[in-house]
Design a protein around this ligand. Structure first.
Ligand code: ZN
Ligand code: ZN
Ligand code: ZN
Length: 387
């Protein structure tokens, strides 16, 4: 993926942690241009998905300030960071791009340093990942609360290029391989936590760098969309919602839900999951350039409403995905964002019967020239495992 020598230390089987340097040069130039058009003096980006997007850095946030400054006037971006964190830039594109690095040592005021690199009373936007620990002293120094850079970066991050789509495809295939093995782990008599531990190991074994989330919602727990795992012992006859994912290099996430049942399902469960499957399919079929995000949400909702299930579909149909598991565009009523080729998001309607059971079916799709491509290929219906 890149010939940079800094990447050669990675094991041969590992994917590169970032794209070629030219990709970041282009992203930085476009971010500066959008910031300029937005009437800003610049962007301030601390560690997180925006920093990874702009310079390929996986640095973490600490109490000591690390911050990329992207001036809107086209001058070179620069990095302010603690001297003891210099090594965190090695794998990033900062060195190859030749960006100035202002390293500071304990005792120096890093906010003053950032301020000195900006016009007086600057109009800046900050990444939404900036901790309040850094935002508040910066705001105090600027004399104003900065804007969020989300609006500036959304049009860049929402539209994935071919290499990003390829990463999402690899992530989707990896999580499909985990779902394909579910019968090895999901059995009556085991706890949700035991099943989740096996799934976590498989998520890593299949090429993710982390198991970002593992939801095993069995029986009544499946009715809680945000349930994670518990010590509940899974029983014969349970309907089980499995929603799993994580990042593959260079940082793009998988996210896929399938619903399983241990033994033959009750006819009512089978019928209602069939309606849910039709709703998921209808939303996927509605995806193409030129339609709004909210129309895709409506496509799923209409199918469930026609079957009397509107009240039990308690969340939006989907969320954008990329370097963050949840990002724009959100597939939700009121979002009039017009879909364009390269946008990536989940289609994940669910039905939830409080205290009883729940079901959800989730694929990641990427908008193409005339429809969409699904990153997930596992069968969508209720998967029957031995009870
Ligand atoms: Zn959620
Ligand atoms: Zn999910
Ligand atoms: Zn999701």
């Amino acid at each position: 993926m890149s010939s940079e020598s800094s990447l050669s230390a990675a094991p041969d089987h590992a994917e590169a942690s970032r794209f070629p340097t030219s990709v970041y040069a282009d992203r930085l130039a476009r971010a500066a241009e959008i910031a300029r058009r937005s009437g800003l003096d610049g962007l301030l980006v601390t560690p997180g998905p925006d920093l990874r997007y702009l310079v390929g850095s996986r640095a973490d946030s600490f109490e000591r300030l690390t911050c990329l400054i992207v001036p809107a006037d086209g001058n070179p971006p620069s990095v302010v960071l603690p001297r003891l964190e210099l090594a965190s830039l090695d794998e990033s594109a900062v060195g190859d791009l030749g960006l100035p690095v202002h390293d500071w040592v304990d005792g120096v005021d890093p906010y003053e340093l950032v301020s000195s690199l900006l016009p007086e009373t600057p109009r800046v936007a900050v990444t939404d990942a900036m901790p309040a620990l850094h935002l508040v002293p910066l705001a105090r120094r600027f004399g104003a609360i900065p804007a969020l850079a989300t609006g500036v970066l959304r049009e860049l991050r929402m539209l994935k290029d071919d290499a990003e789509i390829d990463a999402l495809r690899r992530a989707g295939a990896a999580i499909d391989r985990v779902h394909a093995r579910m019968g090895q782990w999901l059995r009556p008599g085991r706890t949700e936590a035991e099943v989740a531990a096996d799934i976590t190991a498989a998520i890593l074994a299949e090429g993710h760098t982390e198991a970002a989330f593992v939801i095993v919602g069995s029986g009544p727990h499946g009715a809680d969309p945000h349930h994670e795992v518990s010590e509940r012992v899974i029983e014969s006859g349970d309907v089980v919602v499995i929603d799993i994912g994580g990042p593959v290099e260079p940082g793009y996430n998988s996210d896929s839900t399938r619903t399983y049942v241990l033994g033959d399902p009750e006819s009512r469960v089978a019928e209602q999951v069939a309606v849910l499957q039709a709703a998921q399919r209808a939303a996927v079929a509605a995806v193409r350039p030129g339609v709004t995000a909210e129309s895709v949400d409506a496509a799923a909702r209409d199918v469930l409403a026609a079957a009397g299930l509107a009240e039990v579909f308690v969340h939006r149909t989907g969320h954008g995905i990329g370097l963050s598991v949840h990002e724009e565009p959100y597939i939700v009523a009121g979002n009039e964002t017009v879909l364009e080729p390269g946008m990536a998001f989940s289609i994940e309607p669910g039905i939830y019967f409080r205290g009883q059971w729940g079901a959800r079916i989730e694929d990641i799709v990427v908008v193409t020239a005339d429809g969409c491509e699904s990153m997930n290929q596992r069968p969508h219906g209720l998967t029957i495992l031995p009870g």
